[in-house]
Design a protein around this ligand. Structure first.
Ligand code: FE2
Length: 274
């Protein structure tokens, strides 16, 4: 069973090989036995930026996995007291800026927590109930996007690394690079593409190529009951297709447990544009 497929082929181009593995074994049982699930999860996250888990069939099991994988759940505006957020169509948020996740419309690929100078490193999306139709989870590996950008359009990569390349959020938002290289040489990507994202004049000419590369790297998966994706939120962008039915996902955000050995970002085997 192939679980991933290209999300949106770019016209006139061949689809690249996804850097997120396409194989039936993507979803690993949680809790696993041997080797330890934390070891395997960390290895997959370091290599691909994403790993699938299965067996998260209840709120408690999602919570248990999230607590094991993070140093503690980060609170979110929309989260419940236990730190988990129910991602579903509440019927109360149509058209409200910044609340599209609580509706049923498609969501552009984005990073979670861009209002925060240090967005949570891990994002867990667990499906308790799929929708009737649609609702595919879309993923794009920012590492592959950056690698292509540096190779093909280094001037675009340079513009996107500017400290004020983007402004994320409302009146209390912040300026941010879209692509950021840390002192250690590791990278992270931060992006949103909704009404709460604005881009500097020097950045805007490069958005089209950035979006094209993101699109060409996008893959999608329909999560079944109990299936979850664990994402390196500093590397992998996520979104969804629109859906019908009573789709219910639980979301957890947090910083990576040291046992996962994620470091401070993702490394590229090439030099920076700086
Ligand atoms: Fe999100």
């Amino acid at each position: 069973m192939v679980l991933f497929r290209p999300a949106s082929p770019v016209e006139g181009t061949a689809m690249p090989e996804s850097t997120i593995p396409i194989r039936a074994a993507f979803f690993r049982p949680w809790p696993g036995t041997i080797p330890a699930p934390l070891d395997l999860t960390g290895e997959e996250l370091r290599e691909h930026g994403a790993v699938g888990l299965s067996g998260l069939v209840s709120r408690q099991s999602v919570l248990t996995a999230a607590r094991a994988l993070t140093t503690g759940l980060r609170q979110h505006r929309d989260a419940d007291r236990d730190g988990l957020t129910a991602i579903q169509d509440t019927g109360r948020h149509p058209g409200r800026i910044g609340y599209a996740g609580l509706g049923r419309t498609p969501l552009s690929l984005h990073t979670d927590g861009t209002h925060d100078p240090s967005p949570p490193r891990l994002l867990i999306l667990a499906c308790l109930r799929p929708g009737q139709a649609g609702g595919r989870t879309v993923l794009a590996d920012g590492s592959a996007v950056l690698r292509e950008l540096l190779a093909l359009r280094p001037e675009a990569a340079a513009a996107l690394t500017a400290a004020r390349a983007a402004y994320f959020g409302g009146p209390d938002g912040r300026f941010s690079p879209v692509l950021e290289q840390t002192a250690s040489g590791a990278w992270r990507i931060q992006l949103r593409q909704d009404e709460l994202a604005r881009f500097a004049p020097d950045t805007q000419p490069h958005l089209a190529v950035l979006r094209q590369l993101i699109s060409s790297q996008s893959m999608s998966v329909t999560l079944g009951p109990g299936q979850a994706v664990v994402l390196d939120n500093h590397r992998v962008l996520h979104g969804r297709t629109g859906f019908t039915g009573r789709r219910l996902l639980l979301r957890a955000l947090g910083d990576a447990h040291p046992h996962l050995r994620l470091g401070h970002g993702f490394m590229l085997p090439v030099s920076s544009p700086r």
